[in-house]
Ligand binder design. Structure first.
Ligand code: G1P
Length: 309
């Protein structure tokens, strides 16, 4: 492939109801749950911007207005912080409105992740684009999305991020059937299965929520039938692109699907236990919090009765 067009846009699906976090998410989007003092979704937008994707489309739904407010200016609050001389606070609330150029589209019905991505078709047009799911984010020191964009330049088609997990965990994820390429951290994907039963998964390599999609995905999504959970699955559309590429003669212009094998730090905020672990890990690394928090945490753990440890 001579010069594949560069990726400039990121799509962040954020339309889910957040049922795993009720009652907190009854009147607040789950994406706004804070990791210490920063909403989880801000880390995701920062991840896109750090990879050069400053045109961000968020796919939202009812009850998600707080997200738009967070990435907008809040002049009233700025004035109050300015009057108090709180320079740090002022910088922090301005920063979140300057990370990226934000756009929004609504997914009127919860028809699945694939349908949410299809809602981005008009904004994205005929260009490759990244998809970042809001339930997890990647450590800013581990340049996963940048690497995926490089791999897209080299291999074309669509790229997914893969992590290896224990076999009993695969049923919560999309799982890839893979074969090696000449590049150590890149595999060709020959099949994808959304949330297989343990024992039926093609491998232990799960799809984490980072994708670079060829625009061919939109035509596939338009005809993708509801799959797992009765929802239109992004995994199923990628599977079509992956498989089409294998069959001689039936090759579409999707260019196949490759995986980047990721072994870095991923923070999950999609369920209670992982969310809590993410908050604690961040607290233990934050220079403004760790010096007091870590000794407290050590003492607290030591004070727990053996039954609670
Ligand atoms: C979605 C995808 C799944 C992927 C996962 C990553 O599932 O459908 O293929 O492995 O994100 O977090 P969800 O977590 O939305 O059920």
């Amino acid at each position: 492939m001579a010069h594949p067009p560069p990726v400039t846009k990121a799509v962040i699906p954020a339309a889910g109801l957040g049922t795993r976090f009720v009652p907190a998410t009854k009147a607040m989007p789950k994406e706004m749950l804070p990791v210490i003092d920063t909403p989880a979704i801000q880390y995701v937008v920062e991840e896109a911007a750090a990879a050069g994707l400053t045109n961000v489309l968020m796919v939202t739904a009812r009850n998600k207005a707080n997200i738009e407010d967070h990435f907008d200016r809040n002049i009233e609050l700025e004035e109050v912080l300015e009057a108090k001389g709180d320079e740090d606070g002022l910088a922090s609330i301005r920063a979140s409105s300057e990370i990226a150029s934000m756009h929004y589209v609504r997914q009127g019905q919860p028809l699945g992740l694939g349908h949410a991505v299809l809602c981005a078709a008009q904004h994205v047009g005929n260009e490759p684009f990244a998809v970042l799911l809001g339930d997890d984010f990647i450590d800013a020191r581990d340049k996963l999305l940048q690497r995926m964009l490089e791999v897209r330049q080299q291999y074309g088609g669509s790229i997914v991020a893969l992590m290896e997990v224990e076999p009993e965990l695969v049923s919560a994820y999309g799982v890839a059937s893979i074969k090696p390429t000449d590049t150590e951290d890149v595999v060709a994907i020959t099949d994808l299965v959304e949330k297989p039963q343990v024992g039926e998964a093609p491998s232990n390599w799960i799809v984490v929520g980072r994708y670079v999609c060829d625009p061919a995905i939109f035509d596939v999504l338009r005809v993708t039938k509801p799959g797992r959970g009765g929802e239109i699955q992004l995994t199923d559309a990628l599977r079509t692109l992956a498989r089409t590429d294998r069959s001689e003669g039936a090759r579409q212009d999707g260019g196949g699907v490759h995986g980047v094998l990721f072994r870095g730090r991923r923070y999950d905020t999609g369920n209670k236990l992982d969310y809590l672990q993410t908050v604690i890990r961040f607290a233990c690394e934050r220079p403004d919090i760790a010096p007091e928090f870590v000794p407290w945490l050590r003492g607290y753990l030591a004070s727990l009765s053996p039954d609670n440890r």
